[in-house]
Design a binder for this molecule. Structure first.
Ligand SMILES: *Cc1c(COP(=O)(O)O)cnc(C)c1O
Length: 357
C-alpha cells in the first residue's frame, strides 16, 4: 500500500503516510472516503447565517456512514494480526460497516445491538452482510461492556472505537476537508455520541496543520442530544433517550478525547433537543436536497443555536459532518415528513385535483 494510485482506492491507500500501516498490512477496503463536500447556501439563508457552510456528506461511503473510514483500518489491522472473528457493539452503523468489511476480509463478524432500538436500514445491512447479529436486551453502553469483556478473552477482535486504529482511519475525513477546501475551516461542527469521531477530527486537523497542509486549526463544535448529553451534563446518563439513535449513548468511550478537542480548539460541546433535531433534519432536506439520518441534524441544530446567540463571526468558513445517510432510518423520515402520499383513482382528473391544477 505504498503506492498512491491516481484512481481512488480508499483512505488507507490515499493517506498511508499518516496511518499506522506497513507493506505487511493487507488492504481491506471498499474504496471508502473521497465523499463530497457540498456548499449549502439555501440552508444558511433559511437560518439567517452570514457565513459559508459546507457539508461533508459521509452518507455516501460504501455502507452509507463515516464508520467505513475507521473500519477499513480496524479490519485491515485485525487481518494483519491473523484474527478470525471481529466483534462490536453498535447503535447500527458500526455493525453495518464491520459486517461489510469482515465479509470482504473473509472473517467472521459478530454484532451486538440494543434490542428494539435500531434503525431498519442498519439492521438490514448487518443481516445482509451475514454478520452473526445479537440483539441485547439493554442499551448501547451495556452492549459495549459485554464486548469489552469478550475482547479480554483474546478470542475476538474488538472493532469499536475503543480500538485506537478506528480513530486513525476516521481522522482522514479532516484531511479530505482541508484538501477539498484548499484550507482548514474556521469552525467544524459534528454530532457527538461515543465521541470517537470528534477525537479523530481534532487529531486529523492537528496532523495536517503540523505537516504544513492546512493553514489554521478550526474550532470544534460538537453536539449531543439533550436526552443523551453526558458530556454537557457532566455525568453518565443511565437511560439515554433521543430520536437520533446513532448518538443515543450515555457513557461515551472517548469522553476525554471530546473534552480535549473542545478545550484545545477553543470549541464547544453543546446539546440540542429532539424537537430542534427534527426541525434541522427536515430543513436541510428541503432547502438543499440533502437527506441525512437524525444524528446528523444535531450539529445543524447546534449551528442554528449559534446563529441565534450571535457566536459565529460573519464571513466564517464552516464545515459540518453529515455522518450517515437518511435512508438508514426510513421510519423516522416518514414520521418527520409530516404528510402521507395522496391516494387517488387512476385518472388525470383525480391527480389534477390533489395537486391543485
Ligand atoms: C457513530 C455515529 C455518530 C456518533 O459518532 P461518535 O464517534 O460515536 O461520536 C453520529 N452519527 C452517525 C450517523 C453515526 O453512525
Amino acid at each position: 500500500m505504498n503506492s498512491q494510485s491516481a484512481r481512488w482506492n480508499g483512505v488507507i491507500d490515499r493517506y498511508a503516510k499518516y496511518l499506522p500501516v506497513s507493506d505487511a498490512t493487507p488492504l481491506v477496503s471498499l474504496s471508502e472516503g473521497n465523499t463530497p463536500l457540498v456548499r449549502v447556501d439555501n440552508f444558511v439563508e433559511a437560518i439567517g447565517g452570514k457565513f459559508e457552510l459546507w457539508l461533508k456528506y459521509e452518507g455516501l461511503n460504501p455502507t452509507c456512514s463515516f464508520k467505513d473510514r475507521g473500519m477499513t483500518m480496524a479490519v485491515s489491522k485485525a487481518k494483519e494480526r491473523g484474527a478470525q472473528v471481529v466483534i462490536c457493539a453498535s447503535t447500527g452503523n458500526t455493525s453495518a460497516s464491520a459486517a461489510a468489511y469482515a465479509a470482504r476480509a473473509k472473517m467472521k463478524c459478530v454484532v451486538l445491538l440494543p434490542h428494539g432500538n435500531i434503525a431498519q436500514g442498519k439492521l438490514a445491512q448487518a443481516l445482509m452482510y451475514g454478520a452473526i447479529t445479537v440483539s441485547v436486551q439493554g442499551n448501547f453502553d451495556e452492549a459495549l461492556r459485554i464486548v469489552r469483556e469478550l475482547g479480554e478473552t483474546g478470542k475476538v477482535d474488538v472493532v469499536n472505537s475503543i480500538n485506537p486504529v478506528r480513530i486513525e482511519g476516521q481522522k482522514t475525513a479532516a484531511f479530505e476537508i482541508c484538501d477539498q477546501l484548499g484550507r482548514a475551516p474556521d469552525f467544524h461542527f459534528l454530532p457527538v455520541g461515543n465521541a470517537g469521531n470528534i477525537t479523530a477530527y481534532w487529531k486529523g486537523f492537528k496532523e495536517y496543520h503540523a505537516a504544513g497542509l492546512a493553514d489554521r486549526l478550526p474550532r470544534l463544535f460538537g453536539f449531543q442530544a439533550a436526552g443523551a448529553a453526558p458530556i454537557v451534563d457532566g455525568h453518565p446518563i443511565e437511560k439515554p433517550q433521543t430520536v437520533a439513535s446513532a448518538i443515543r449513548i450515555g457513557n461515551p468511550a472517548s469522553w476525554q478525547g471530546a473534552t480535549n478537542a473542545s478545550k484545545e480548539s477553543n470549541g464547544h460541546i453543546g446539546k440540542v433537543t429532539d424537537e430542534e433535531i427534527i426541525h434541522a433534519y427536515k430543513t436541510i432536506a428541503r432547502t438543499d436536497g440533502i437527506f441525512v439520518e437524525p444524528a446528523c441534524a444535531a450539529p445543524l441544530a447546534g449551528l442554528i443555536q449559534c446563529v441565534k446567540a450571535g457566536t459565529i463571526p460573519p464571513g466564517s468558513v464552516i464545515t459540518a459532518t453529515m455522518t450517515g445517510h437518511g435512508l438508514k432510518d426510513p421510519d423516522n423520515a416518514i414520521k418527520a415528513a409530516g404528510f402521507e402520499p395522496f391516494v387517488v383513482e387512476a385518472t388525470k382528473a383525480a391527480v389534477m385535483k390533489v395537486i391543485g391544477l
